[in-house]
Design a protein around this ligand. Sequence first.
Ligand SMILES: *Cc1c(COP(=O)(O)O)cnc(C)c1O
Length: 379
Amino acid sequence: MIYADNAATTRVSDSVFEKMLPFLRDQYGNASSQYSLGVKSKRAIEIARRQVAVAIGADPSEITFTSGGSEANSWVLRCVAENHRNEPMHVITSTIEHHSVLNACHTLEQSGLEVTYLPVNRFGQISVEDIATAVRPHTKLVSVMLANNEVGTIQPIAEISRILKDKGIVFHTDAVQAVGHIPVDVSTLGVDYLTASAHKFNGAKGTGILYKRTGLPLAPLVFGGEQEKGLRAGTENVAGIVSAGYAIEESVDVMACEAKRLKAMVESTIAGIKEKIPSVQVNGDSENRLPGTVNLGFDGVSGESLMHLLDLKGVCVSTSSACNSGKNEPSHVLLALGLTEQQANSAIRISYGKYNVTNDVVNIIKAVYEAYGKIKENN
Ligand SMILES: *Cc1c(COP(=O)(O)O)cnc(C)c1O
């Protein structure tokens, strides 16, 4: 099997798995218990918090663990909106955000908030000037993702934050696809809230990260005990949190090298497919893109059929995003890039990660070519 859908989720790193294992077996103490078994869990959580903080240039006190990226995104948007409940509020976001941000915005709109969904150019890039123009006197929140999950485009977050500076506008970035893959530093980016998810960088599923700059408010998400400073009550997912800590550390350690390796693999994949199928299109940005992710358009061929035929050959890729699959709707991201519905439906995303090897490239090129040929034959 070749797994090339690392933007959907990743396999837990072997070394991270070893670090998690004790907390699923012998060290199962509740982190709130006062005896040593519990204290060990508590300590493991605090080590993970420090590892995460170091990796993104934050202070450990600024890190809260959640159940995932979706929860963290929903929490930030709800919370900022709640803080301005009794005044007019305007939010700026983009048309290519993850559904956890977009659907949160739609819900906020229903409760009377105004939301501007900024367009992107054909590379998937948001314009900094558009942000500046969209700011209104009662704009309270801007939420723009650092890297897109479907096409991999990286947004100019640091430049956007400079525009927003001293305007009293809270700036959030969904960095789920970026953390562990490209350099992420909360000070350089100038963001107030940043969200990430362990399973996108070879940690376990079910653990998210919410960074909140010191001094900013965060209302509790779950009521109950004092876990996560009383902000998110409930017995902690210790093994998951431990995975987040070690996985982020490991990813950052090898990042420069890995980025080069994955980028080279993506480039040869594009070149190899282009050689056999000259009409193939790269959707998104060729420059400002995540190293391991590429979205390809095969005009006239269904991306879904391609994906299924590749599956039969043991190759896992996706049509645009995992969240859209099964809905049979064209990707909102690809439509935002200006693709027609037909073009959007003819795309697949290949995303390489830690466990892909150089040889996967030739095998994927071959598999894509064969699957494409088969569909063309039957058309
Ligand atoms: C995967 C993803 C999320 C959601 O993270 P979960 O941990 O799966 O809830 C949010 N935003 C982006 C950009 C993602 O790729």
